[in-house]
Design a protein around this ligand. Structure first.
Ligand code: GDP
Ligand code: CO
Length: 398
């Protein structure tokens, strides 16, 4: 890949939030191009060999809930061969057993492609046992199973990726219509992670555009309603601490993102669809230096957050309704509002915004969402003993 060097960044404590990087070539070529030896380049080449090195250590978690099988198959097709897909499903088993259909499609697909993979149902007793034996009961509900929700599935995916020995973990939604876009996202994850100068890095994708039909014409929208609002308040949050107004954060709701495993295990998480915005809250709280730092070694080495703009338009399943949009807005803003370091004036602005959108009543607080502590609390050795890998696709960790 050939892309902009991440030049400017906002620093908040140990966090470096880089500005969005633009891609020039999706394939940067083999070997190292000597044209890039000059220090004055603003573009860098990430050679194919370097991308490939990361891909071997990268698990791609695909959360699924009752999506069309064809879409899921397209997503699988877009994942580079050397990455390990981990399909984490919360699909219905009644009246039709959707999970069984997914399982059989994925088994066949990966057998034909000779692809290694892991598949699990979020609500299976075995996944619950993994967390219980690992001494991390926080995800488990009254039925003794992992709670419903996208974040909950993602956390199960991170745990499996770590048990599978992967050094990086990325996320791709299963409702994407373009395998080519999925392929690009994963390449961006590897290119982004390869820039990390510390063991703690994250890559978030800013979608190039989302095609829509407006008055019988295709219109390529840049910002969705949710991301426009989330990013605005996220930047105000950051600006409060740096003392400078900023627009650097563009990826507050990035479902497509990847993390180095040490960073993934050091964040705490928020439930359901608030998980992506909460990454920022967790990093600002834990590594911002405003609250006591739980991980001194991370404060020393620093955390790098890269944001990269994809070139493919993003087209996913759209018929999910206005309620879903409002819920996303409330969830994203609620994690900012409830942060222990959220400034009082920002809380007022957020409440006013949510009231204006008719999401909460005047002077009411946004919902307080369930949170999960850092995954490094899991005893992975004990958790690993509970997993019968032969039941979960065809990947047996070395
Ligand atoms: P949006 O794209 O942000 O509007 O949200 P989607 O409804 O498309 O959800 C994002 C992804 O998470 C999709 O791949 C869903 O199938 C998946 N998903 C949603 N809820 C759950 C859940 O409870 N568990 C799991 N494992 N996946 C979920
Ligand atoms: Co979607």
């Amino acid at each position: 890949m050939r892309l902009e060097i991440p030049t400017s960044a906002e620093r908040f404590g140990a966090n470096l939030f880089y500005k969005v990087q633009k891609i020039y070539e999706l394939d940067g070529g083999h070997g190292v191009d000597s044209e890039f030896e000059s220090r004055y380049h603003v573009i860098q080449q990430i050679p194919y060999e370097r991308i490939h090195e990361i891909e071997k250590d990268l698990a791609i978690v695909i959360p699924v809930k009752d999506e069309r099988l064809r879409l899921l198959e397209g997503v699988l097709c877009g994942i580079p061969h050397d990455c390990l897909p981990i399909i984490l499903s919360n699909s219905k088993s009644e009246p039709i057993d959707r999970f069984r259909m997914e399982r059989s499609m994925v088994d066949t697909f990966c057998r034909y492609a000779k692809k290694k993979y892991i598949i699990a149902h979020q609500r299976s007793p075995e996944i619950a046992r993994l967390f219980l034996e690992g001494g991390y009961p926080h995800l488990i509900d009254e039925e003794g199973l992992v709670r419903h929700g996208k974040a909950e599935g993602m956390l199960a995916g991170i745990a499996l990726a770590n048990l599978a020995g992967k050094k990086y973990v990325g996320f791709i939604d299963s409702d994407n219509y373009f395998p080519g876009a999925v392929f690009e996202y994963v390449r961006i994850f590897s290119a982004g992670l390869s820039q990390g100068k510390t063991p703690y890095s994250m890559v978030r994708i800013q979608w190039h555009s989302k095609p829509k039909i407006v008055e019988n014409d295709l219109f390529f929208a840049k910002w969705g309603r949710v991301s426009r609002i989330t990013n605005q308040y996220l930047n105000q949050f950051l600006g409060h601490f740096t003392g400078y107004e900023t627009e650097v954060l563009r990826t507050g709701n990035a479902g497509e993102h990847a993390l180095s495993m040490p960073l993934a295990l050091s964040l705490d998480y928020s439930t359901g669809f608030s998980v992506e915005t909460h990454h920022f809250v967790s990093m600002m709280e834990k590594f911002g230096g405003v609250m006591p730092a739980p991980f001194p070694e991370i404060m020393k080495s620093g955390v790098e957050i890269f944001q990269i703009e994809s070139r493919n338009p993003h087209l996913h399943e759209v018929a999910k309704g206005d309620d879903h949009i409002n819920e996303m807005i409330e969830y994203s803003l609620s994690v900012l509002w409830h942060s222990a370091i959220c400034p009082a004036n920002l809380k007022t602005e957020i409440s006013t915004e949510l009231n204006r959108l008719k999401i909460i009543r005047k002077n009411a607080s946004p919902v307080k969402l369930r949170q999960y502590p850092v995954l490094s609390d899991i005893d992975f050795e004990a958790a690993g003993r509970t997993i019968d890998w032969s039941q979960h696709g065809n990947y047996i960790p070395a």
